[in-house]
Write a new protein. Structure first.
Length: 145
């Protein structure tokens, strides 16, 4: 019987550390509480003219196994990629895919319209659209003398 090997990217820890250092040096620490997960899906955040777009690579994760929530201005994305059962008779000698849960949190800016966030999956990518609130018009305040 052959032992199963689990592949871990040796550079992943360094990339995570660099991301944390970049985040701290940029001053973006409010509400950020990424915690340990079995795996971390890569996430892109893009600011558009009228919305923020969040894309997370989650191949193999069933939408029923994902949870997206918002509380106190913090967007939480979590889920689980369930392990496929392996027929021991096939003699696997290498397994590189990572299974298990993931958990990511991001603080939304004050301009985010939390009541109208939408989420969908497309080809293994979770796509979130966070519309921006209409900007408040400047108000002229008269000074009494």
């Amino acid at each position: 019987m052959l032992a199963r090997r689990i592949y871990r990217d040796p550079w992943e820890s360094l990339r995570e550390f660099r991301g944390e250092v970049d985040r701290i040096l940029s001053g973006n620490t409010a509400g950020y509480t990424d915690t340990a997960s079995d795996w971390v899906p890569p996430i892109d955040i893009r600011e558009g003219e009228d919305a923020y777009e969040v894309s997370a690579e989650v191949p193999g994760v069933d939408p029923k196994d994902m949870d997206v929530s918002l509380e106190d201005g913090v967007l939480t994305v979590k889920g689980e990629r369930k392990a496929q059962s392996h027929d021991e008779g096939l003699g696997y000698t290498r397994t590189e895919r990572i299974y298990g849960s993931f958990y990511r949190r991001f603080t939304l800016p004050d301009t985010a319209d939390a009541d109208n966030i939408s989420a969908k999956t497309e080809h293994g990518v979770l796509k979130l659209r966070v519309p921006k609130k209409e900007k408040a018009l400047p108000k002229k305040i008269s000074v009494q003398g």
